[in-house]
Design a protein around this ligand. Structure first.
Ligand code: GLC
Length: 441
């Protein structure tokens, strides 16, 4: 029987599509130069200048239990750590390289500790793994699009053996899948030009992944990137097309659908400031309000949000990030019914905010104060019980005198006595749960 890629994908991603909110963690040696995880490539830095950072990787403040508590407090249901980024430095004890955290002064398997701590908090765990490795000698250097040595004539004409590279790369993936227990997700990153698909021996890699951990959810970057989702959007996706699309640093205006218009799972990955890896002078952080609204926007379009933190070289999550996540957590505490298990609504986007929906529960996310009553467009006769999400208190449909001419719509006030304007109860996003009446009722 032909393996049904789409049916399997739907089954596998059930928990993931209900979870909606995750934590991304970009951590590695690049936290020490502190100019982002692309520092080697951006500055065309030779290996000899980058490698010594390993001697400073002390991680004395790495307390994954604290990280896990923070993620939980923020309402995040899964977390993904960079087991290895493009620089090739492993946060785990790989037998294929010396360039790993167990050889740094910290002498720790940071991946193992992360997995244990997050699992203990009931958070699903995933690992980011770079398909690209700028440190491996068989990975193309000269004239590659991104390699730090791309312009260095000394590497001109050097042979790179992709078979050997893939043996190494597949070997590391296998280590992660066999030595670290049950994983929920693998985040491969990324493909470009001809560095995609069978260049990675993707079919074989996926066979291995599925044979070891069949339930595992993977992203779509064995084929693609944020620039090109790959065949996940086609009606005949490859076996390595992935379980979700991965738009980056933007929210798809209309969600993501396949070519026939069926929604497919997707996850927007977004940084809290402007960098993934720790950047010591980047202080342009998103506010908690912006994070909440971005999350709601994703859910209202049937997608997930994975929000990044970039710990410093000592293992601390920047305190600005901690504060923002705690504030997001306060909102999630009161309003998470409007996020978990929710997706796109059966009603069009309202002018004052967003709708999310879970079965017959519609969540009105009111983000802008209105002049007078809040309008539920064309919903007259469809509205059952209404409750504030945060305390289950009653919200009444209103038939106020100035609404008589607009009876095709339904309306409500937050003010129990109606009609004065006053600030929204929650200026981040005030959520009302609306029971949708069954047509026959
Ligand atoms: C990119 C970058 C990278 C980052 C990733 C996260 O493709 O190469 O540094 O890890 O996106 O989505």
């Amino acid at each position: 029987m032909k393996y049904d890629v789409v049916a399997e994908r739907t089954k596998r991603t059930k928990w993931y599509q209900e979870a909606r909110f995750g934590m991304f963690i970009h951590w590695g040696l690049y936290a020490i130069p502190a100019r982002g995880e692309w520092v080697r490539s951006n500055e065309c830095m030779p290996k000899e200048d980058y490698d010594p950072f390993i001697n400073e990787f002390t991680t004395e403040h790495y307390d994954p239990k604290e990280w896990a508590k923070l993620a939980k407090k923020a309402g995040m249901k899964y977390a993904v750590l960079t087991a290895k980024h493009h620089d090739g430095f492993c946060l785990f004890d790989s037998k294929y390289t010396d360039f790993k955290s167990t050889n740094a002064p910290c002498k720790r398997d940071l991946v193992a500790e992360f997995l244990e701590a997050f699992r203990a908090e009931g958070i699903k765990v995933g690992l980011y793994f770079s398909l690209i490795d700028w440190r491996h000698e068989d990975f193309p250097h000269y004239k590659d699009k991104f390699h730090p040595m791309r312009n260095n004539e000394a590497f001109k004409g050097k042979e790179h053996n992709m078979d050997r590279y893939n043996e190494f790369m597949h070997g590391q993936v296998k280590e992660l899948l066999t030595n670290y227990g049950h994983l929920d997700l693998m985040w491969f990153d990324f493909s470009y030009d001809n560095m995609k698909n069978e260049t990675w021996k993707a079919e074989e890699l996926m066979e291995m992944v599925r044979s070891i951990q069949p339930h595992l959810i993977i992203d779509n970057r064995l084929e693609g990137s944020a620039e090109d989702a790959g065949s996940i959007r086609s009606l005949n996706p490859t076996t390595y097309s992935g379980d979700f699309a991965s738009p980056e640093q933007m929210i798809p205006p209309k969600g993501i659908k396949d070519v026939a218009g069926n929604p497919i799972p997707w996850e927007a990955c977004i940084t809290l400031n402007n960098h993934w890896g720790y950047h010591s002078t980047d202080s342009h952080y998103k506010t908690a309000k912006m994070v909440v609204r971005t999350l709601v926007d994703c859910v209202s379009k049937g997608g997930n949000l994975i929000l990044n933190v970039g710990p410093d070289g000592t293992g601390r999550i920047p305190k600005e990030s901690v504060r923002i996540l705690e504030e997001v957590g306060e909102w999630m505490d009161e309003n998470n019914l409007s996020i978990y298990g929710c997706g796109a609504a059966d009603f069009p986007k309202p002018e004052w905010g967003r709708f999310t929906q879970n079965g017959n529960k519609l969540y009105a996310h009111v983000m802008e104060e209105q002049v007078g009553a809040v309008c539920l467009p064309y919903m007259a006769g469809k509205v059952g019980k209404m409750r504030m999400c945060k305390d289950r208190s009653e919200v009444l449909e209103t038939f106020f005198w100035n609404l008589q001419e607009f009876r095709e719509h339904a309306f409500f006030f937050f003010d129990k006595h109606a009609s004065d304007c006053y600030p929204l109860p929650d200026e981040i996003d005030t959520v009302v749960e609306i029971e949708i009446k069954n047509e026959k009722e």
